[in-house]
Design a protein around this ligand. Structure first.
Ligand SMILES: Nc1ncnc2c1ncn2[C@@H]1O[C@H](COP(=O)(O)OP(=O)(O)O)[C@@H](O)[C@H]1O
Ligand SMILES: CC(=O)OP(=O)(O)O
Ligand SMILES: [Mg+2]
Length: 396
């Protein structure tokens, strides 16, 4: 029987959850699970920390259980496996903290209302991040809930990296580049000193390639620039998001094709990216197995854009010591890493093919001027650490 911190990480295509024992000096993992492929081929799996007790469930291909269905499934699972544990805090990934929230925050009704105003800035995430908080605020008002923001880690960026070239009256209230996947980058920055001490102290680009994908330039472990901006639709093409787009295209869609804000939103967030270009799937696994010429082009474009952004971020860092791959694609797609590294030979990256085949951790040769790595991310551990710190501080 233990005091448990529950962590909920709602991404665009998955909900990940973990239970941590809150008794020690650091949160200790007890159980880890996820429902992934929420809109393509849902797959639930859960395991205890030792990995010797696990359960799985798969839904047929084409089933869309969405975030609400997945949360209900996870809540039922947790209720059935409570084993007398007592819930002492819940930590949530909340994608957008806006101008106001730059650090993990205990959520009450007033904070929840303010976070709700950011829904238009993260329509694929924020509603699903806030929904379980709202339900728990009603059901368990005694349990503190901590919102941990994807945007917070990027607040260290220089002013120019956060700015748009728009008039002050527009930018001052908060129209600026925020950057996302901050919990993932913060975790990578926390393990890098052990893996690659020189690079950790120097200049690293981290490529978080999942259903949402972004890249971040780190100097001495602090965020200096990122490919995502005001919203999580900017930067790289993603599963269903277009990434960087000439703003003139939006005007054209409205003026010439008769679209309105909602149809444009649906297009750039849900029908573009790998799905839109391939006409086949948002799932990289499906595209990599396909011979279809459009699927190949979608993968090609993804790799090309990563290379362009890598050059831009290396310029922001004035050089490069290491490249790190993480996220569902970054951790598992050997071919994508292979192609990105070869394309970046001009920067001094020399791929170790054999190491890349087995997912690293180091995938560059000994003589490579810039080292390359595969580091599985752990947003849930970051959330647990923040939740632990904030609630212990609150109780002290
Ligand atoms: N073995 C694999 N090979 C290639 N791509 C993979 C593999 N496993 C997962 N992926 C891809 O990772 C992406 C999901 O990444 P993930 O980080 O879990 O998503 P989210 O952004 O929802 O958190 C999907 O495009 C999926 O196809
Ligand atoms: C911010 C974002 O895109 O998150 P995810 O990768 O989980 O969709
Ligand atoms: Mg994610």
């Amino acid at each position: 029987m233990a005091d448990i911190i529950l962590v909920v990480n709602a991404g665009s295509s998955s909900i990940k959850f973990c239970g941590f024992d809150a008794a020690g000096a650091e949160p200790r993992l007890l159980l880890k699970g996820q429902v992934e492929g929420l809109f393509t081929e849902p797959h639930f799996k859960v395991a205890n920390a030792a990995g010797d007790r696990s359960e799985e469930n798969r839904w047929p291909s084409g089933t869309e259980i969405g975030h609400a269905g997945a949360i209900r499934y996870i809540a039922d699972f947790l209720r059935d496996h409570r084993e007398g544990h007592s819930l002492v805090a819940v930590g949530h990934r909340v994608v957008h903290g806006g101008l106001e929230f730059g650090a993990p925050t205990v959520v009450d009704h007033a904070v929840l209302e303010r976070l709700g105003r950011l829904v238009p800035l993260a329509p694929l995430h924020q509603p699903h991040n806030l929904a379980p908080i709202r339900v728990l605020l009603e059901a368990r008002p005694d349990v503190p809930q901590v919102a941990c923001f994807d945007t917070a880690f990027h607040r260290s960026q220089p002013e120019a990296a956060q700015a748009f070239a728009l008039p002050q009256e527009i930018t001052a209230p908060g129209v600026r580049r925020y950057g996302f996947h901050g919990l993932s980058y913060e975790y990578i920055a926390s393990v890098l000193p052990r893996l690659a001490p020189e690079a950790a102290a120097g200049r690293t680009v981290v490529a978080h390639l999942g259903n949402g994908a972004s890249m971040c330039a780190l100097k001495g472990g602090r965020s200096m620039a990122s490919t995502m901006g005001f919203t999580a639709v900017d930067g790289l093409p993603m599963g269903t998001r277009c990434g960087s787009l000439d703003p003139g295209v939006i005007l054209y869609l409205i003026d010439e094709l008769g679209m309105n804000a909602r149809t444009v939103e649906d297009l750039i967030y849900k029908r573009s990216g790998l799905l839109g270009v391939s006409g086949l799937s948002s799932d990289m696994r499906v595209l990599l197995q396909s011979d279809d010429v459009r699927a190949r082009f979608a993968v090609e474009l993804f790799i090309y854009r990563i290379g362009r952004e890598l050059g831009s971020l290396a310029a922001a860092l004035e050089g490069l010591d290491a490249l790190v791959f993480t996220g569902g694609i970054g951790e598992h797609a050997t071919l994508i890493r292979d192609r990105v590294c070869r394309q970046a030979a001009w920067l001094g990256i020399e791929l170790d093919t054999a190491a890349n085949e087995v997912d690293g951790p180091r995938i560059s040769t000994e003589s490579s001027g810039v080292s390359a790595w595969v580091v599985p991310t752990n947003e849930e551990l970051m959330i647990a650490r923040h939740t632990f710190a904030v609630t212990s501080a609150g109780l002290a």
